[in-house]
Design a protein around this ligand. Structure first.
Ligand SMILES: Nc1ncnc2c1ncn2[C@@H]1O[C@H](COP(=O)(O)OP(=O)(O)OP(=O)(O)O)[C@@H](O)[C@H]1O
Ligand SMILES: [Mg+2]
Length: 412
């Protein structure tokens, strides 16, 4: 019986705004949670990069990681801390390493989701290596790129099978453009994917543990306007469908935090991009939705740290495939998989925990996002991204959107 501190580490790269808000909100929450005879308190610090003894114990109960998809020393430190010290981390570093966009397409196809028809093609060129020549000479078959384009139809999209950040994504309208794009693709392994065009809606669904938020998305707008502010852009049934798709993919791949993109055409939602290991969390793109993200991150990380949620090191795909095989119909199949996903994320226990221990978060966040500390965090991010003469104007724009979020929240 006594005070026990749960330590949270933030493993960060270029993030500025959300960690500042996360840290200050945590402090203002003044948590003292009665838990199994003890009183839980929480501390947060930023993980530093340094040499480590593999047997050196880890000081954190939970790490929120935003770095290891490209910075591998931190990734290996986290992996050793999970294996040796029982650390809980999101997102799962092995799953990030092993599962790129391509695997998510394949898995979702087996679960019956409406991923557009997608082909993979061998790369146009290769880095030289000892076995390359004999391998290609024996086994690489000549293929007719135009015939694949014809089967998929135009427009189609050529994009890296493991892509992110729109790098190397090309919309292709005819065979000549397809051949030109392939010639220019170099050593990258590419997908060719049927275009869902024109689409009726583009939605990004952010998932954080069992929490989700749908955002209407406009990829053609400038960066600060891509996440739209409107909230009632899909009906209830579609909302539930998108939330289910997001929870299923996140639970399936052990990604606690992910942003899932889907396009609506007619009555069908087509998932096109469901593998974002380090989803955009910046106030400069999320603005109106930014406070939701900070709060969702706090709730889920506090829940996991408080309850010592065990880290699932291995993925368990069998039950999803079995559920999908059992249910012939799309809706029933998705519902069955979503039930597994909610169980994976302890949804009911989490909701109960939040109601009991974090009931004051809404009021604390409302006050925080009205004040100078939050505005300073916004400004710091804007200063990092915008030229000096635009800092004032864009700080004010994002700030006003956060104030609009506060008004919408208090209106219910
Ligand atoms: N099949 C498709 N049909 C219609 N539009 C598509 C399709 N695939 C990609 N796009 C368009 O291309 C953009 C980038 O594609 P995609 O999201 O797959 O790549 P990405 O590199 O993962 O992008 P990001 O990391 O920014 O989300 C999408 O936001 C969408 O506008
Ligand atoms: Mg995308």
């Amino acid at each position: 019986m006594g005070d026990v501190t749960r330590r949270i580490g933030l493993s960060l790269g270029a993030d500025i705004c959300w960690p500042a808000c996360y840290e200050q909100l945590l402090e203002r929450l003044q948590l003292a949670i009665p838990w199994q005879g003890d009183t839980l308190r929480f501390s947060v610090e930023r993980v530093t990069i340094e040499p480590f003894d593999l047997r050196q114990p880890c000081r954190y109960d939970l790490v929120v990681d935003r770095l290891t998809h490209w910075y591998h020393v931190s990734r290996e430190w986290i992996k050793k801390a999970v294996v040796l010290d029982g650390l809980y981390v999101f997102n799962n570093p092995w799953s990030i390493q092993a599962n790129e966009k391509h695997t998510t397409y394949a898995a979702m196809m087996r679960l019956g989701l409406k991923v557009p028809a997608t082909w993979m093609v061998p790369p146009k060129s290769y880095e030289k290596s000892a076995d390359l020549e004999p391998t290609l000479a024996r086994y690489a078959r000549l293929f007719d790129l135009g015939a694949i384009g014809e089967r998929l139809g135009y427009p189609l999209f050529m994009k890296p099978y493991d892509g992110g950040g729109w790098v190397g994504v090309t919309k292709i309208d005819n065979e000549a453009a397809l051949r030109a794009a392939y010639e220019a693709s170099g050593t990258k392994i590419m997908h060719l994917q049927q275009g869902v065009l024109p689409y009726d809606r583009f939605v990004r669904c952010i998932g954080l543990g069992p929490q989700t938020r749908l955002v209407n998305y406009d990829p053609a707008a400038p960066l600060h306007d891509r996440y739209r502010l409107d909230r009632d852009f899909v009906g209830d049934a579609q909302r539930r469908e998108l939330e289910a798709i997001t929870l299923v993919i996140n639970a399936f791949f052990g990604w606690d935090f992910n942003s899932c993109e889907a396009l609506l055409k007619g009555d069908d939602w087509h998932p096109i991009d469901f593998a974002n290991a380090c989803p955009d969390s910046q106030v400069t793109s999320l603005h109106y939705h930014f406070p939701w993200l900070v709060k969702a991150n706090l709730r889920w990380s506090l829940y996991c740290a408080a309850t010592r949620r065990p880290m699932r090191m291995n993925l368990d795909w069998g039950p999803y495939f079995e559920a999908a095989a059992r249910e012939p119909d799309y809706g029933a199949r998705l519902a069955a998989c979503a039930a597994l996903a909610r169980r994976h994320f302890d949804a009911e226990r989490f909701e109960e925990f939040c109601a009991r221990h974090l009931g004051h978060l809404d009021a604390v966040a409302d006050e925080f996002f009205a004040g100078p500390a939050a505005r300073a965090a916004v400004r710091a991010k804007v200063e990092a991204l915008y030229p000096a003469h635009e800092v004032e104007q864009f700080t004010e724009l994002f700030w006003q959107r956060i104030q609009a979020w506060r008004r919408a929240e208090s209106a219910g």
